[in-house]
Ligand binder design. Structure first.
Ligand code: ZN
Length: 477
């Protein structure tokens, strides 16, 4: 029987009436490795696979060496020096078989069972230790020979990938698909930002996570997945939600930023910061069976050149309320990884001056040209306000515009009457508000600020950028 435990291992009595030889092996944490001072160890396992492979190993050992009984217990989590990491107990009819069987298991366990070891050193640093032959494979170029063969990659291109620093903002549906290909291609340094925990409703599209990881931190689980592909990828995790306060710090060490969020506010924030810091951004959005993707490079048009204002919440669906098919997120995530690889390797055809629209239902795709827009705030690195058209008070409007109009959009029987200057016309004469002509900055007022917000959002989407909404409506006057 093979077992993983986060608790200290208590060695249990082990007997078998048909056996004459018993061997018990105990592996402990030692205080040094390769001349370095080790202060503790950390074991991480892909639990389901580890248990399945462990049980298979035991069955093979029993058959091969005639063992009558085998038990293996392996610790996971943090272990201090002197603590027991693994206990292997075997019983066989004779001592020789017991010794040979136990030794065989010790070796095979190390090679075959997916348990990863991280050594923490006295100087405060730590390192994942390759298990079995993965270390050797990934340190050489053997793992990448099939792509090095490509004329536009070669040894030089592989080195560029090894030197690359890529940040995944969000490891949901998009990031889950981008991460394995980026790591498998040999990207040297990966940052992972996500403050969420794995939820059961994520599993249909966020393929980095297993059912037994529900409730665990996404950033950490995604990092563990990356290390299983390549134990030598340098992974840094940021288990937090990115916002205007922490974004600059998180982005600082990375050259390529992959936006895997479904938040428009975050997309525009990353857009402006990447422009300000001279980094490249690959951003994608998905809606039901469609996806769109574009790349922002330091000297190309940005997201805000295309969308001068952040579209309002509710006008673009998110996965949680509109539903999403896993493969759509997956496809767009792989497009994002492709853009990053193209950018790093200098392959032509980057979506830096275009946007690709993909309809996975019909298989149609459309590449729209994008151009730089003059006086674009995003290009200047200024983070766009989510609601630049909400005016906090009429005094604010006065100082901002000098001259402006006010339109009261309440129903005729709503009170109190507005007694303010600049009132454009009586409510009874307004007619169809969606067609209203604006003669300069115009502040719309309703009872609470909600109806005016919706109207102004609608007017602005129709290109009427002189429309403003007064927060809190007549109360705010
Ligand atoms: Zn721009």
């Amino acid at each position: 029987m093979f077992r993983l435990t986060p608790d200290p291992i208590a060695i249990e009595p082990f007997d078998s009436e048909s056996a004459g030889g018993f061997v018990s092996f105990e592996g402990k944490v030692r205080n040094h490795a390769y001349g370095r001072n080790v202060v503790r160890l950390e074991y991480e396992a892909f639990s389901e696979m580890a248990v399945a492979e462990g049980d298979k190993l035991i069955a093979e050992a029993a058959k091969l060496h005639g063992l009558t009984k085998v038990q293996i217990v392996h610790r996971i989590g943090i272990l201090e020096v002197g603590e027991t990491a693994v206990v292997i107990q075997v019983a066989a009819p004779h001592r020789r078989e017991a010794f040979a069987g136990c030794e065989w298991i010790i070796d095979q366990l190390k090679w075959r069972v997916p348990i990863w070891k991280r050594e923490h050193f006295g100087d405060g640093t730590s390192e994942w230790v390759g298990i079995g032959d993965e270390k050797q494979v990934s340190q050489s170029n053997d793992a990448f020979t099939r792509q090095i063969r490509l004329p536009f990659i070669g040894e030089q291109g592989q080195q560029k990938l090894r030197d690359a620093r890529v940040l995944l903002v969000g490891v949901g549906g998009l990031g889950s698909a981008a991460l394995p290909y980026l790591v498998a291609s040999g990207i040297g340094s990966l940052g992972i930002v996500d403050g969420d925990l794995v939820e059961v409703t994520n599993l249909h599209r966020q393929i980095l996570y297993a059912a037994n990881e529900v409730g665990r931190g996404k950033a950490e689980r995604a990092a563990a997945f990356a290390r299983r592909i390549n134990p030598h990828v340098q992974v840094q995790t940021f288990p937090e939600r990115i916002d205007s306060h922490n974004a600059e710090r998180i982005l600082a060490d990375y050259d390529w930023i992959v936006d895997g969020t479904d938040s428009l506010e975050t997309k525009f924030l990353l857009n402006a910061l990447c422009k300000r810091l001279g980094k490249a951004l690959v951003t994608a959005s998905i809606h039901q069976m469609e996806g769109q993707i574009l790349t922002v490079i330091p000297d190309g048009p940005c997201l805000q050149c295309l969308f001068p204002e952040i579209p309002q919440d509710g006008c673009v669906g998110t996965c949680s309320n509109d539903g999403i098919l896993g493969v759509v997120a997956g496809s767009m995530g792989i497009y994002q990884a492709t853009e990053v690889l193209k950018g790093i390797l200098g392959i032509d055809g980057l979506l830096s001056h275009s946007m690709l629209l993909v309809d996975l239902r019909t298989g149609n795709s459309n590449r729209l040209t994008r151009e730089m827009r003059e006086n674009c705030k995003g290009c200047e690195g200024i983070v766009a306000e989510l609601t630049p058209f909400v005016i906090q008070s009429l005094a604010d409007a006065e100082s901002r515009f000098g001259r402006f109009d006010i339109v009261d959009i309440r129903e005729l029987d709503e009170t109190p009457l507005l007694a303010v200057a600049h009132l454009r016309q009586p409510r009874s004469e307004l007619g169809d508000l969606s067609n209203i002509e604006l003669e300069g900055p115009t502040v719309f007022i309703c009872a609470t600020g909600r109806r005016s917000f919706q109207l102004v959002d609608q007017l602005r989407r129709a290109g009427k950028f002189d429309a403003y909404s007064l927060a809190r409506g007549v109360e705010g006057v």
